[in-house]
Design a protein around this ligand. Sequence first.
Ligand code: SF4
Length: 703
Amino acid sequence: VGDSAAFDRSVDSVCPYCGVGCQVSYKVREDRIIAVEGRNGPANAQRLCVKGRFGADYVHHAQRLLTPLIRREGVSKQLDPNFDPAQPWTHFRPATWEEALDKAASGFAHLRAAYGAQALAGLGSAKCSNEEAWLFQKLIRTGFGSNHVDHCTRLCHASSVAALLEGLGSGAVTASFRQAEQSDVILLTGCNPAVNHPVAATFFKQAAKRGAKLIIIDPRGQALSEYADEVLRFKPGSDVALYSALLHVIINEGLYNAEYIAAHTEGFEAFKTSVAQATPEAMAPICGIEPERLRKVARLYAQAASAIIFWGMGISQHTHGTDNARCLIALALACGQTGRPGTGLHPLRGQNNVQGASDAGLIPMFLPDYQSVADAQARAKFERLWSTPLPSQPGLTVVEMIHAMEAGQLRGMYIMGENPAMSDPDLAHSREALARLEHLVVQDLFITETAQLADVILPASAWIEKEGTVTNTNRQVQLGQAALPLPGEAKPDWWIIQALAQRMGLPWEYSHPREVFAEMQQGMASLSHISWQRLQQESAVTYPCASPDQPGQDIVFADAFPRAGGRAAFHAVSYQPPAELPDQDYPLILTTGRVLEHWHTGSMTRRSQVLDALEPEARAHLAPTTLQQLGLPGDAWVSIRTRRGEIQLRVRADSSVAPGQVFLPFCYQEAAANLLTNPALDPYGKIPEFKFAACRLEAIAEV
Ligand code: SF4
């Protein structure tokens, strides 16, 4: 990354990191990215954060996979701490594409013949294109014959989507984040946009400077607090208690929008009953916020002319994640804060294409566009499109797949661009289960922790090296162009999926992603009027879109919701504590998340020279007061234990962390935070409780 004047071509694409979906131009010289500039995209208006600007060099990393690999006979499948991804030859041997694809496909065919379709599953990727997500789920459903297909949405916003589908009839945002520019009140909860959605955060700051009231409700402090009018740092895990109190105040003081509720919703009376006892006085001891401050914030939100809510994984990654999101939906519905400029409900989506991958059906209970696999009519539509009978049983979710591996029910897996051996909760357990698979095929850019357990490794393409569409958190479908040639023998992911499908007997003949996109338009009403040609001309089109010559709808549900009768629904909630509470043996609260410079399991950003130089080391973040109580200096080495495992790393004093809490980034393989996390699931979204576990900490000598 350097002098942008000295490039020999400039190629337009989209940033491969977060769900903001910043449009970029890659400046290329001699087939290397030398600079990245922000374009005037609808989500970024020429802005980029440090990852978008400096995080492209991972594609040139020396550990890049350049040829297919096959595991050597007799090499153990346990993770080897001495394994060197740059010198994998002790564990793997190079293979031709022909041999690797034959071995991959015949392994799946053998298991399907021996144990049936339920023995096979796939994890697709929110970092691949929409077309690749579509092909991946189509292969699992029509080639493997099961609905056991999922991706990282299960670890991210699955509970938010469950609540939104149930309450509004749609799992996507009701308004883009740039509606905040017109809001009177902006509520940020369970999210840290300056770290995780940095360009979106710049619009929130500007809105606050313009005069919008910013409310932040989160156990952790954050940089945006400086711009906030109200900051409620409540007790971790008590979200439902806090929001029930806010709703109680709004109902008790008659601040709700009776006209909106009567015209657009159902279930309000039952909901009222569910929060009738949740007075601020009753909830204050649970959530740790004084009753008068709860009242003040409830009034501020309810009396705003326009208010918008943004949330992140602080809301969703709990065993009560769906209830948390139900509270936010109830807040917006009770006050009539959707469907108008400056209003809305917006779960800030994590990965760059998690919205698009979910829309394309990379989930076990839904066909594309959230059409239930159990709905015979929906199945019939796709059976006609794909000329194949489809399974009707909902498939297994990410953590359920691990349980099925342990039980010997799941024996073969195809994993594209995901790294469950780093991202799943209770990693020792998950890694053991993955190692038990009889046939594991991993398609990726590097030999990730998951790929180390594979039988066959297929070298894939980085987003920067291929053409395709992605959909950001705002529902904006955007086109990316290939800026670089593929290195070595690496192939585009869509090509690899098709090559496997053909070997499994499927008559696929796609020659370009645009043909896949055309097929998607036949199955997905959400993509109506968004042609490939249009994307080439306009770069981004928001769905839903009413006609080929109109922009898509930035705000949806002004008149009706896509539910029976057109009404949104309130759902009753009741406070439940987290699954594992601190006790004498494990007295601290563990929470995990991201840091600005790194992305998810670090497979890309830790191989980016600039990003890894900025944040090279795993640190456990604790409040200075907690460190003081424990008698630890600010860079002490510690052991952190939960009931599931132990890691060793240094601490960092961080006043944004609540007293008694430990924050761990989950991107460092040398101190993998998910060795400690709790796999307990939200019953609806099936998302694990990454945001709360009981832990203990002890000082150790330097490692
Ligand atoms: Fe990329 Fe997100 Fe940063 Fe934009 S905000 S440059 S999409 S990581």
